[in-house]
Design a protein around this ligand. Structure first.
Ligand code: NAD
Length: 357
């Protein structure tokens, strides 16, 4: 079969980093005889300029007709003053919604040559490999009622935290499946000592655990989890949590490993997975061949792992990156004295060469 990939480069550094990831996908396709096709679509500011909307119907149709979407980043100062519904970021929200992507996967894996770039001591961080699974479409960000209302003497702001059993079951099941493919340890994060929603969350996750007897489950309160991620992050394998807790803890976990230029992500839910770097369009460095393409290349590796079921090929890409970093090659964001400074394209070339050797 041919894996159809929709390529949405977007704005700023998006096209630069995406083209390096496509280069790497093409080389592994060639090396392992995997058939892949690449179709480009427009999104974000680029789509606004050409079509007058951030997510044109053609782009959506292209994504729906693909097995996976590789996305760069959207946004930039040029479109900052537009009304909210016309902003490039609406394209991103729209695509997540339209593809039914309810789970966001954020790995925090340390490349050993970068251990000294971590804010934590080497012995705490060495060998770190955890995966944060965040519920993406429910919880307090979407619950109703919400708003700001006048009250005697001032105003009242309010939001609603709501999760249904169906929403909890599907994210829990996915997290168990992911843990089953790793070290078989799932930690569910909640605030069950205070929040009713969390009491339900814990009950449903515990029930879903019966379907996965080979995975060990433990529950942890979110405040304790925030501390444990700094004290002893290697105790975790897969962590699953709701939208708000996931928003915060996925950033905390990611920062354990160093630079924003190295953080990949995947959003799953329907048959089609969306893969994108965590960083934005970095307009300050766009077009200068200095952006770090590794976050996007690692997102492409996640595509191979989760959408195409080729974990050994994903491992090879991650291994090649580790090797290049061990040889001292660095883009500007992770450069320090004594290492070898390379640009975006050169970093992509090094990954390709390492895989081809
Ligand atoms: P940003 O992530 O684009 O940049 C933050 C800082 O990190 C900048 O100094 C940038 O140069 C640096 N940086 C980011 N990616 C890098 C890389 N690959 N290599 C080296 N350095 C890198 O965040 P921002 O500046 O807050 O936002 C810029 C634009 O991106 C805004 O329009 C914002 O709305 C948009 N944005 C988009 C996404 C997305 O598309 N998923 C996410 C965040 C921000």
């Amino acid at each position: 079969m041919t894996f159809k990939i929709a390529v949405l480069s977007g704005d700023g550094i998006g096209p630069e980093v995406v083209s390096e990831a496509v280069k790497v996908l093409k080389i592994v396709a060639h090396k392992y005889g995997i058939s892949m096709s690449f179709q480009e679509g427009i999104i974000g500011g680029q789509a606004l300029d050409i079509m007058g909307e951030p997510l044109p119907q053609q782009t959506l149709s292209l994504c729906k007709d693909s097995h996976a979407v590789l996305l760069g980043a959207v946004g930039g100062p040029k479109w900052d003053r537009l009304e909210f519904h016309k902003r490039p970021e609406r394209g991103l929200l729209g695509i997540r919604e339209q593809l039914g992507l309810y789970a966001n996967l954020r790995p925090a894996k340390l490349f050993s040559p970068l251990a000294d770039a971590s804010p934590l001591k080497r012995e705490i961080i060495e060998g770190l490999d955890i995966l944060v699974v965040r519920e993406l479409t429910g919880g307090i960000y979407y619950g109703k009622p919400k708003g700001i209302e006048p009250i005697p003497g001032g105003e009242k702001g309010f939001n609603t935290l709501v999760y249904t059993t169906t929403e909890i079951e599907r994210i829990a099941r996915l997290a168990f499946q992911l843990a089953n493919r790793r070290r078989r340890k799932l930690t569910s994060v909640d605030k069950a000592n205070i929040l009713e929603t969390s009491v339900l969350w814990r009950k449903v996750v515990t029930r879903v655990a019966e379907e996965f007897p080979e995975v060990s489950l433990n529950h942890i309160l979110v405040d304790n989890c925030a501390m444990q991620l700094i004290r002893d992050p290697k105790q975790f394998d897969v962590l699953v949590m709701g939208n708000l807790f996931g928003d915060i803890l996925s950033d905390e976990a990611a920062m354990l490993t160093g630079s924003i230029g190295l953080l990949p992500s995947a959003s799953l839910g329907s048959e089609i997975g969306l893969y994108e770097p965590v960083h934005g369009s970095a307009p300050d460095i766009a077009g200068k061949d200095i952006a770090n393409p590794l976050a996007t290349i690692l997102s492409a590796a996640m595509m191979l792992r989760y959408s195409f079921n080729k974990p050994e090929v994903a491992d090879e890409i991650e291994g090649a990156i580790n090797q290049i970093l061990a040889e001292g090659y660095r883009t500007q964001d992770i450069y320090h004295k004594g290492t070898k400074l390379v640009g975006t394209r050169k970093m992509g070339d090094l990954v390709v060469q390492n895989i081809f050797l």
